[in-house]
Write a protein that binds this ligand. Structure first.
Ligand code: ADP
Ligand code: MG
Length: 327
């Protein structure tokens, strides 16, 4: 008998993973049913990754399973939400058992690690495309938004930027890396770590937050636009990894950090009045956010400074956008 759609779902996506007690009905019915904690709100995010658009066809399947969940959990983290359930829509060109085994393993590992459960999805045939919808929970009224930054707030980054961009540049032979550096940055590109715990601990502390998927310039740009404020960033404060600083010039490293994206660190703002609480929080946290600047009242203005001098973004440096034509 042929191995059909239902065998595929059963074999690879029906639970061998950890089950949550709040899942009333999981995979197998027409819809999933979950119970929500009292006085909470649901945060819902979706991200798609399409072959040859978001990833090269030689990307390992386990990395794809990890990353399609990670990018969604990163959006939940930016909202301050605790991840709970995901659904998965996959379009596959063919049934490749080795690929499916690795993909499902990558997906299951990250779900189990963060305690979220796959509760449904859809499986179709066509060009390789992956979509995850992730559902997270916050106490009612406590989700962190992009709007909310005020003049005087401090701007923080959860970790170094530019590694994913460097990995991509190396894969495209635009830069040469030592084996060790190549391994480290490729790992960051393939297996990003969403800042799940940090995001939740910023509830009630951060005035705004976003995750860096399109590059700091574009994503901080979203915060200042949504908040109706401006920002001044001290570029020498922007954390850059060792592989980045040891492999390219400072100029190129900053370019990668500011425009290449795919890093999945959080960028967030903290009001002066909550800085003490925040410092206490991060003293006990394994993630050490770095202050890179301050929110200003110059609406819509993103000012970048290096050693006190203004620094211009390179041409077309506004982050990746689908459907945007380069003139
Ligand atoms: P329907 O025909 O009602 O849309 P499907 O045959 O698409 O149902 O799916 C059957 C069950 O399997 C549903 O519970 C659905 O959520 C689940 N499912 C389908 N594809 C996936 C997948 N890739 N991952 C997880 N669950 C899936
Ligand atoms: Mg269906």
């Amino acid at each position: 008998m042929a191995f059909g759609e239902f065998d595929l779902i059963d074999t690879y996506f029906t639970q061998r993973s950890k089950q949550r007690p709040d899942v009333v009905i999981g995979v197998g019915d027409d819809g999933a049913v979950v119970s929500l904690p009292e006085r909470s709100e649901l945060v819902i995010v979706t991200d798609t990754m399409v072959a040859d658009v978001h990833f090269d066809s030689d990307t390992p399947a386990r990395a794809l399973g990890h990353k399609i969940v990670a990018v969604n959990l990163s959006d939940l983290a930016a909202m301050g939400a605790e991840p709970a359930w995901i659904s998965l829509a996959v379009t596959l060109p063919e049934v490749d058992h080795e690929w499916l085994t690795d993909f499902a393993a990558g997906l299951r590992e990250i779900c189990d690690y963060y305690g979220c459960q796959l509760i449904g999805g859809d499986t179709t045939q066509g060009p390789l495309s992956l979509t995850v919808t992730a559902h997270g929970v916050v106490p009612a009224g406590s989700a962190i938004k992009r709007a909310g930054a005020r003049p005087g707030d401090w701007i923080y980054l959860s970790g170094p930027l530019g590694d994913a961009g460097l990995a991509l540049a190396a894969r495209q032979q635009k830069v040469k890396l030592t084996n060790e550096h190549y391994k480290r940055v490729t790992d960051r590109l393939y297996f990003p770590s969403p800042r799940v715990a940090l995001g939740q601990s910023l509830r009630g502390i951060a005035s705004s937050a976003i995750d860096i998927s399109d590059g700091l310039a574009a994503d901080l740009g979203h915060i200042i636009k949504a908040s109706g404020v401006g920002a001044r960033v001290t570029l020498e404060a922007v954390p850059l990894s060792l592989p980045l600083t040891e492999s390219v010039s400072q100029e190129r490293a900053l370019e990668l950090a500011l425009v290449s994206g795919d890093d999945y660190e959080l960028c967030f703002t903290v009001p002066e009045a909550r800085r003490g609480v925040f410092d206490t929080l991060i003293a006990h946290s394994p993630t050490k956010p770095i202050c890179i600047g301050r929110i200003t009242s110059e609406t819509g203005k993103l000012k970048l400074e290096l050693e006190g001098e203004p620094w211009e973004l390179p041409e077309a440096g506004n982050g990746f956008q689908h459907f945007s034509q380069r003139k």
